[in-house]
Design a protein around this ligand. Sequence first.
Ligand code: GLU
Length: 510
Amino acid sequence: MNLSLVPRPVRVRFAPSPTGTLHIGSARTALYNYLYARHQEGSFILRIEDTDAARSTSAFEQSILKDLAWLGLDWDEGPDRGGDCGPYRQSERVQAGIYSQAAGRLLDERKAYRCFCSQERLEQLKQECLDRGEMPKYDRRCAGLSPDEAQAKLAAGEPATIRFRVPETEIVVNDLIHGHTKFSSDVLGDFIIIRSDGGVAYNFAVVVDDIQMAISHVIRGEDHLTNTARQLLVFRALGQEPPVYAHHSLILGPDGGKLSKRHGATSVGEFRQAGYLPEAIINYLALLSWKPSGDQENLSRSEMVRDFEIYRVSRSPAIFDIQKLNWLNGLHIRDLDREAFHAAIGPFRNQAAAGATGAQLAVAEKAIQTSLVTLAETEARLKEFFDDYNIEAAEDFAELLEPQSLRVLELAVAELAGLSTDQGFAVTEVEPQIAAARELVARLKLKCREGQIPAKRMYRTLRIALTGRSSGPELPFLLAGLARDTVRLRLTRAHSYIAARLAEKTEPGG
Ligand code: GLU
């Protein structure tokens, strides 16, 4: 029986370097790993690759964990929650001697060697290669040193790196997204696996970790494809089966360049602050390269988990399209229940509804939920709802300066006169209150029709009289959500204003 054909338990990892906040492209890598793990009922592991001590900070690590948690990409093992394959921070794994032990094995087996070349020599070598129009490659000066010679140099205090001895071979990366990609080891050159200060190089640490963490599938950006060639050689040297690879395309801006600051927001935190829901972000990021089996694009997390297959991930470049993200964000906003929507807009409400009762706010929130594109519009939209406006300055008001609008306002005021001014109602009564306002609007519409006034005139007049604008919340929401006194006041004020302007117009010489 060929053991390598026995399917291994699915274990995937997301391995960010905490040298910045979580980029939207990295979030997509995390998402594909998460979806794959959950679909396959495997494990999703978080590994922190913080070997670049100068650039890594624990503040960045914290912010990455926070953003992943906000996106709902919960991991099974990681630096904060442990697991059987820890530690999950590479810096701690350096301390534990994990990499030096693995490198020691390669040295013993002569699959790696110590290199004593100075930085100056290496720089010069690189320049010579470039001058000849060749890819820089180490010339193997130290590859022939015997273990004794190397020991003597070490004992004399000479600094040394450890280099991987690249065998002459063809390397085939068998990738679930890219298919077979061939590399010749010839171009790679013997690469450093342990630096002279004892630090570990990325291509070595990753392999040692992927082995010890029993990673079955590596899903990451295609910028790592050439690293994979080196990593496969290290797997082979350590006598281990490599995981299965899947390199997804990178996210590009609309101009075809790598997505960067000049295209707008790039980090998950920036999208959060701009009012995007995590549900919309992950839905959008998944669709950037993955094609669901059905036609529906507005998908929940569990629907994506159920449907996610790597073979449906395309290798074409993923062009970032903010319009599509906006569209999905709107759909996911509409999908939130009342409590979830209330909580989601909390950070964006500010003082916009300061004087409103809980029930009035609930009506207004219901009204704006139907049309928000991002949560960041909340404050302005609630202000449109609750704040008073200046008739003189309200642009849309000009269209009301005609007799039919006067008549609409009279009918509305008369209809309201029958209602009590006591409008205290509970949050649980929001629906009946809106239903009552709808009935009121229907009665008014009937009255207008009797008076030959088109419905459109009625809607526009009342909305402009209540808010100063012809577009905005649906009329029944305004009638239910604004205090009844406020409604009366704004309608009668509009009436007096229009009446006065019309009188001026008709006065001779006026
Ligand atoms: N730390 C690497 C990065 O942030 C991850 C590489 C990998 O997934 O192997 O790009």
